[in-house]
Design a protein around this ligand. Sequence first.
Ligand SMILES: Cc1cc2nc3c(=O)[nH]c(=O)nc-3n(C[C@H](O)[C@H](O)[C@H](O)COP(=O)(O)O)c2cc1C
Length: 393
Amino acid sequence: MLTGRRIVLGVSGGVAAYKAAYLARRLMEAGAKVRCVLTDAATEFVGAQTFAAITGEYPVVGFFDEADVSPHTTLGQWADAMIIAPATAATMAKLASGLSDNVLIGTALAAEAPLVVAPAMHTEMWSKPATQRNIAEIVADGAIVVGPAVGPLAGGDVGQGRMVEPEAIVAAVAAALTRELDGWRVLVTAGGTREAIDPVRYIGNRSSGKMGNAIAVEAASRGADVVLVTSAPPPAMAGVSVISVETAQEMAEATWAQAGDCDVAVMAAAVADFRPKNPEAAKLRRNEGLPAIDLEPTPDVLAGVAAMEPRPFLVGFAAETGSLDGALRKATSKDIDLLVGNDVAKTGSGFATDTNEVTVYTPDGSAETWPLLTKREVASRLWDRIIASYDRG
Ligand SMILES: Cc1cc2nc3c(=O)[nH]c(=O)nc-3n(C[C@H](O)[C@H](O)[C@H](O)COP(=O)(O)O)c2cc1C
């Protein structure tokens, strides 16, 4: 899978450093040439000798204690791809701001190769605004971030923060090097629409756009040219161009204008089914009594794309509560290629969470339920599934 590819593995100082030794082994087994660069803190968790024994090369640990006068540029220029696993909160902060005060960050700055980052830390550290700001910067700068996953953490805790398994990191670096969506144009819709009642109020829904954003970011990190039609705050990432919309009508118009040029359309937005027929021009007032709000149907964005001739490979989403029967009906009746159903009432799933548990349906009604995963992991599996199902010709 990685035959002859030159991989720099950067290891920073978290408990998951023990898994980095196994990751080095898996990279070697996949045919890669591996060189490691460790932070000082990483050596508190795993000895440099371990990586030397696995890769056949002594890891680089300091700027100034190496035979090489410029180890960071030598390693950075050598790399076909670089991985940082585990990436601690401290290392991510340095990476986000370009603070090259250790040789791992120096190498990451000197490298022009794809960078895969696998964060690992306690849930509290991961969810802090500072960490989230840093990770957003890292993604915006073009790195491919995998995880963190939900699961057991150090000290017996459980939550999001666990480094993804080495196999997933090997797969991510292989995908980054093959850029299997190079040349693909992809349309993603995200967020919930707002339908005006009056200039102040609207009918909306709880969609945060996180699932659609993850799908867009995953596609761009695999090399796709992505158009994201969204009513939610978008991710900043090279390869993702954003069209901001608010209403179902605007989402329909933007989507239909773009879909004809796309290979794949993934419709993750939560589009209103109904809107006020005659939105008021001025704010409704309490003292004028209870208003009667007449509703009318909104355009069916998904059906509009399904009716195009030719049309892109089409993936729909269905947000259900309690039972996924509606998702199954949509999968078999809407002339689409895949349907992702989720129960948004379930803990950890659906709107505004970072995780999701989904069932993927095909038009013949067959179903595959995935475990509770981060939205990025769902996005990654979904793209694997699309690539396996879509014959691009
Ligand atoms: C036992 C122990 C476990 C730690 N695990 C983590 C961790 O999983 N993630 C993290 O971000 N920091 C963790 N830290 C804190 C880092 O080691 C510390 O922030 C260090 O400065 C990171 O340096 P580095 O990023 O240069 O390797 C841990 C510290 C200790 C003592």
